[in-house]
Write a protein that binds this ligand. Structure first.
Ligand SMILES: C[S@@+](CC[C@H](N)C(=O)[O-])C[C@H]1O[C@@H](n2cnc3c(N)ncnc32)[C@H](O)[C@@H]1O
Length: 261
C-alpha cells in the first residue's frame, strides 16, 4: 500500500540529514566503496548511450548513482523543459541537455551542497547554457507551476519519506499533458515494521522503495494517468548492497506517467 501524509515511517528531516551525509561522500570521493555501483561502469550497466557518456568528462559521470535509465523508455523532445529531481553530480542533467538541445532547458534540483557545487562547476567547465542547478527539496520544488514538459528522477524518490507530497509537487510543476519518467527501486518482499523505520536501510535504497503496485498507487493518487512500468533491472548485482537487495528482492524499474491535459 502507498503511504499517506499521516503515517510516515521515518522523520523526513532526519532522513534528509542522513541522505546528505551519505551522498556528500559520493560527490567528494566517487572512488570510495558504496553499497551501489557508480560512475561509468554503472552507466554502461544501465545501457546509457555509449557515445553520449564518452562525450562527458569524468567529473560529470563519476558520481552518477542512479538505478536505471529514465531516458530509454520514452524519448525526450528537442526544446523540452526538463526537471531532474535529485540531480546529484549532474550526470542525467548533462545527458538531458543533449536531448533537449540548445533551445531546451534543464533544471536539476538537489539538496546536498557538495553535489550541487560539483554539478554547477561541471556545467561551468562545459560552458553549458541550457542547464542550471537549484538548491531545493523534492517535497517543495523550486520550480514554478506548470513550467516543465517532463520531469525525470533517478534513484531519488525512494529516499523521500513523504511519497504523496513529492508526487503532488511533480504534478504541480508539470504542464497539462507533461510527462513523468523516473527510475527507482521496487521492493518485492515486505520490509518488516522494525526495518521500515531504520534510516540506514532507507539510505541504502531499500526501506524507502515501494512495491510496483505501491508506486502505481501513489502516482495515480496524485492525479497522473497512463502509468507504465518498464522491465526489471538487477542494479545491485555484484555491488556491496547485493545481500540486502536479494533479501528484500529489490529491482529497479523506469516508471512513466502523464499529467492529464
Ligand atoms: C542516489 S543519488 C542519485 C543522484 C542522481 N539522480 C544520479 O542518478 O546520479 C540521490 C540524490 O538525491 C538527492 N536527494 C535525496 N533526497 C532528496 C530530497 N528529498 N530532495 C532533494 N534531493 C534529494 C541526494 O542529495 C542525492 O544527490
Amino acid at each position: 500500500m502507498a503511504q499517506t501524509h499521516t503515517e510516515l515511517p521515518v522523520d523526513p528531516a532526519a532522513l534528509r540529514a542522513s541522505v546528505r551525509e551519505k551522498y556528500r561522500d559520493v560527490a567528494l570521493h566517487p572512488d570510495g566503496r558504496f553499497h551501489f555501483h557508480n560512475g561509468r561502469p554503472l552507466a554502461a550497466l544501465l545501457g546509457y548511450d555509449r557515445a553520449q557518456v564518452d562525450s562527458l568528462p569524468d567529473r560529470a559521470v563519476e558520481s552518477f548513482a542512479g538505478v536505471a535509465n529514465p531516458f530509454g523508455f520514452h524519448p525526450i523532445g528537442q526544446n523540452d523543459r526538463l526537471v531532474d529531481i535529485g540531480s546529484g553530480g549532474g550526470f542525467d542533467s548533462f545527458v538531458a541537455t543533449q536531448l533537449v538541445g540548445p533551445e531546451g532547458r534543464v533544471v536539476g534540483v538537489d539538496m546536498t551542497p557538495e553535489m550541487l557545487a560539483k554539478s554547477r562547476r561541471t556545467a561551468e567547465e562545459l560552458e553549458l547554457r541550457n542547464v542550471e542547478f537549484r538548491e531545493g527539496i523534492a517535497e517543495n520544488l523550486p520550480i514554478e507551476d506548470g513550467w516543465a514538459d517532463v520531469v525525470v528522477s533517478n534513484g531519488v524518490l525512494n529516499l523521500v519519506a513523504d511519497k504523496a507530497a513529492v508526487f503532488t509537487e511533480i504534478f504541480r510543476v508539470l504542464r497539462g499533458g507533461g510527462r513523468l519518467q523516473f527510475a527507482d527501486i521496487a521492493v518485492n518482499e515486505t520490509v518488516p515494521a522494525d526495518a521500515a523505520c531504520n534510516i540506514d536501510l532507507w539510505t541504502d535504497c531499500i526501506a524507502g522503495g515501494q512495491s510496483k503496485e505501491g508506486w502505481r498507487s501513489v502516482i495515480e493518487g496524485a492525479g497522473f494517468v497512463d502509468v507504465e512500468i518498464g522491465p526489471a533491472v538487477d542494479v545491485f548485482a555484484g555491488a556491496g548492497g547485493e545481500e540486502n537487495a536479494r533479501r528484500f528482492n529489490v529491482l529497479a524499474h523506469v516508471f512513466y506517467a502523464r499529467k492529464p491535459e
